[in-house]
Design a protein around this ligand. Sequence first.
Ligand code: HEC
Ligand code: HEC
Length: 166
Amino acid sequence: MRHFFIAITITIAMLGLSMAASAAEGELDALRGNVPLLEERTPEPLYPVENQDLRRARAYPMQPPTIPHKIDNYQVDLNANRCMSCHSRQQVEQSQAPMVSVTHYMDRDGNFLAELSPRRYFCTQCHATQTTAPLAVENDFLDINEIMRGWPQSGNDQTTDSGDDH
Ligand code: HEC
Ligand code: HEC
């Protein structure tokens, strides 16, 4: 029994060693890119945040819209919420920003509050700015409209009977 455990320990140790070796050869494709672990890589450039003031399409109706403008140094903490200085109900006439939707004034029981709900106070929990960086990985997300149109052709195998009626 004891020999058995020793054998297992040695096997695990050897596995670990071989993994480290292959990583050192640069086969490890992690976030740091294909650079051997012991080498320092040239850092990626920092891409600018998109600031085009154009609202983007949402991938599905309940998606929190992405932020189309810069939010550098916008204070959101216990004392102030800079986002609400443009997006609150009272401010939109002056700012011409879209008002936070009514869900932002709802508590968890569905009651409408006079003020922003604490659940929606920290905007960047759900809303994110976008940069001009190229895609790190392919994105094959299909909008529901594309799926209903049966595109791409090969991906249409799962159509149900009721689906055929449309
Ligand atoms: C100075 C006013 C101002 C401030 C401050 C501001 N916004 Fe905006 N925001 C706008 C305007 C105006 C738009 C409409 C698109 C545009 O012109 O950029 C907008 C658009 C948006 C949208 C897109 C809405 C949609 O339907 O697509 C989101 C999300 C958003 N802002 C979130 C935020 C968040 C989060 C903050 C704080 C970190 C913030 N905004 C601060 C003015 C502001
Ligand atoms: C817990 C997630 C969450 C937080 C926090 C949150 N939002 Fe949203 N927001 C959403 C979702 C989801 C939607 C789209 C569906 C809806 O309206 O509820 C949305 C929609 C919006 C819209 C578009 C409204 C419209 O009618 O087109 C704006 C503008 C916005 N949010 C701004 C903000 C701002 C500013 C804050 C911070 C004060 C904030 N949100 C905090 C989830 C969130």
